[in-house]
Design a protein. Structure first.
Length: 329
């Protein structure tokens, strides 16, 4: 079989890529010019292709290994790679103290600088950084309302959230965001809303009683699925920031000292809209982690979540960066 160099692949724009992979108990290597993962079945080895030109993120779970040649090809195709524990959590490529999300990004000297330049214009100004955080939170609410109201997937799975109650919660949260005086107030409002969304999703999916557990302490299916699904969103968030050339450390909401804080900020744009309801639906139906993961990936792709992330970052960088530039002249 002829080798296929990665330079011959017609790469798909990151915002249009369809694949996110979580792999476990396998080897990732290059075979015949293609990146493949190998699983063992008895005395036989099974080879499965990874279409790297149409992939955004690869999460490597329990019992995985990655060859240097495979990492080289993944980097050429612009694929984000992260090592993690079983079920997608925790991510090991982070600081031990905070378990911050830190990915192995493709290396390139030719990343765009336009949006980074706009970002750093406002990032060192506390008031403008707060304004950016509010912009993110407002976009998050818009996405949440749209998806919970209009998603055919949620309707088909029997997810029936009270629309009037959701509208009321969103209205209250918008007011809280508008009146927030600092990042602490924004985080408090985010926690308040998320707690209410857990309750609504539990009722809408007929899951039953629910209490959010700390990461790593999950004992019930809904908590485990929330942890697992969030890391899928983190993968897209890391990809969105990398595509636009903005370092993951330049967070606007999750702390200036957290190395991967911006990934959390970006992932929040879609977590409540997509991951949260699916976690309760899958838990109520007794689905496996693989079924839950596939449902999340399909919804993230169909709803063009990565497009939404990238466009939100662009709009925030341009709008507030220009405001900072105007204020300095």
């Amino acid at each position: 079989m002829d080798n296929i160099p990665s330079s011959d692949l017609k790469s798909v724009l990151h915002s249009k890529r369809a694949n996110v992979y979580y792999l476990e108990h396998c080897r990732v290597l290059v075979n015949g010019g293609r990146v493949e993962y190998v699983t063992e079945k008895g005395k036989h080895s099974l080879y499965w292709n990874i279409p790297i030109a149409n992939t955004t993120t690869v999460l490597l779970g329990t019992g995985t290994s990655l060859t240097q040649a495979a990492m080289r090809e993944l980097a050429k195709a612009g694929v984000m790679v992260g090592f993690c524990g079983g079920g997608g959590t925790p991510l090991f490529a982070g600081t031990e103290a905070e378990q911050a999300v830190a990915w192995i990004p493709p290396q390139s000297e030719y990343r765009p600088t336009e949006y980074l330049q706009h970002w750093v214009r406002f990032w060192f100004d506390d008031a403008l950084r707060l304004r950016a955080a509010k912009s993110f939170q407002t976009a998050r609410l818009t996405r949440l309302l749209q998806h919970w109201h209009e998603s055919k997937s949620l309707r088909d799975q029997g997810f029936a959230a009270d629309k009037d109650q959701l509208n009321q919660l969103i209205t209250q949260s918008r007011s809280g965001i508008d009146h927030a005086q600092d990042v602490t107030a924004l985080l408090t409002e985010e926690a308040r809303l998320t707690k209410q969304l857990y309750r609504m999703a539990s009722l809408a999916s007929q899951y039953g009683e629910f209490t959010r557990a700390k990461r790593g302490d999950s004992v019930d299916a809904a908590n485990q699925f929330l942890d697992h699904g969030n890391y899928l969103a983190y993968g897209l968030g890391a990809t969105a920031a990398w595509v636009l050339g903005i370092p993951h450390s330049l967070a606007v909401l999750h702390g200036k000292t957290r190395r991967g804080g911006l990934v959390f900020d970006i992932a929040d744009l879609v977590k409540d809209a997509v991951i949260l309801p699916q976690a309760f639906i899958s838990a109520a139906k007794g689905q496996t982690e693989q079924e839950f993961r596939q449902a999340c990936i399909e919804t993230l792709t169909r709803s063009e979540a990565l497009d939404f992330m990238i466009n939100t970052i662009k709009a925030t960088a341009m709008q507030i960066g220009k405001a900072a530039q105007a204020a300095s002249t």
